[in-house]
Design a protein around this ligand. Structure first.
Ligand SMILES: NC(=O)C1=CN([C@@H]2O[C@H](COP(=O)(O)OP(=O)(O)OC[C@H]3O[C@@H](n4cnc5c(N)ncnc54)[C@H](OP(=O)(O)O)[C@@H]3O)[C@@H](O)[C@H]2O)C=CC1
Ligand SMILES: CC(C)(CO)C(=O)C(=O)O
Length: 305
């Protein structure tokens, strides 16, 4: 079988890690699509990875500022706010588009641009990009979830899964798009909201008798929205996962605030509050944490409607 070609838009913590893993394994022809300086740097020096899962290595994917060649798969790994500008760098029509952003609203945006070739995807990883071309991956957990409600893209999803599995990144094919997106969002929204509002890692919140109930309420509210949206999410299971995660686990939202970058508050907590508003599920804890994060970060607080 021909090697699958994979382009990765946004070689940051997530995209840079996947590009480097795939390029090192040689399970795909990999090209990163990045802003000019980042593309030039990666083309020259490669991507240096420090990973608790894959070890330390340097990999050399191709890197371009504009994607002109047709590829089998486009993995989208920008932040929500950078998505539109980054999409302007894609001239080609990929056969399959898999976003790995946190949140929900980007899926509709990608469907506008790519139609049913855009499916749902999420990634569980803790990875940071301290500087362009360098990725630090710190979680023992690592896997990608993908689902398409339309059976058409399935062969290409399977080819992507084989390439990632072969590169040490396990892939699970989910039962529905809603299930994949919400099972990530319930966990992530709760983790991002509490770690960012309190500026503390998960362990410190879990062990604090005043803050632990807030984490639990956040999980329960977000799971109730998920269930109303058609995903079967058991909040007790999410709480058990958060109970087992390493104590130093933070969130990309908390790291963004610490680094003075705008957090994905609207894309994550905002998406939950809007869905809750639409579906008639009240989320007072999520709303209050989002308000506190907005004050800390100096950004507008998202609202239910
Ligand atoms: N980091 C994590 O542990 C996890 C993150 N996520 C989600 O994944 C998504 C990506 O997060 P993360 O990897 O942390 O983000 P980063 O900020 O590390 O990376 C974003 C990347 O997008 C690139 N980018 C921004 N604008 C453009 C543009 N106009 N053209 C091309 N590239 C552009 C950046 O380029 P440049 O390098 O030039 O600045 C950067 O490489 C987010 O939605 C996040 O919530 C999900 C799970 C875990
Ligand atoms: C919580 C985590 C690390 C889990 O995948 C994540 O998705 C994020 O910080 O954006």
């Amino acid at each position: 079988m021909a090697t699958v070609s994979i382009a990765i838009l946004g070689p940051g913590g997530v995209g840079g890690f996947l590009a480097a893993a795939l390029a090192r394994a040689g399970t795909a022809d990999v090209t990163v699509v990045a802003r000019e300086p980042t593309a030039a740097l990666i083309a020259r020096d490669g991507i240096a990875v420090e990973s608790v899962r894959l070890g330390d290595f340097v990999a050399r994917p191709a890197a371009v500022p504009q994607l002109a060649a047709t590829v089998d798969v486009l993995l989208v790994a920008t932040k929500a706010a950078g998505l539109d500008a980054a999409l302007a760098r894609v001239d080609a029509e990929p056969a399959l588009v898999v976003p790995l952003l946190n949140g929900l609203d980007h899926v509709a945006r990608l469907r506008e641009r790519f139609g049913p070739r855009a499916v749902a995807g999420t990634i569980r990883i803790e990875a940071d990009r301290p500087q362009p071309g360098r990725v630090v991956q710190t979680s023992r957990f690592l896997f990608v979830d993908v689902a398409s409600d339309d059976p058409g893209p399935r062969p290409r999803i399977d080819a992507l899964a084989a390439a990632l599995d072969g590169a040490g990144v396990p892939v699970r094919i989910g039962s529905s798009e809603a299930q994949v997106l919400w099972s990530k969002l319930v966990r992530l929204n709760s983790l991002a909201c509490v770690t960012s509002a309190y500026d503390a890692p998960l362990g410190k919140i879990r062990d604090d008798p005043e803050r632990r109930p807030v984490l639990e309420a956040c999980v329960r509210e977000t799971a109730a929205v998920a269930c109303a949206a058609g995903a079967a999410i058991d909040p007790e299971r999410t709480l058990a996962e958060l109970g087992e995660a390493h104590a130093t686990l933070g969130s990309s939202m908390r790291r963004d605030i610490a680094a003075g970058r705008p957090p994905e508050l609207d894309a994550i907590a905002g998406a939950v509050l809007r869905a809750g508003g639409r579906l008639g599920v009240a989320c007072p804890t999520v709303a209050e944490l989002a308000r506190q994060i907005a004050v800390r970060a100096g950004v507008p607080a998202p609202a239910a409607a």
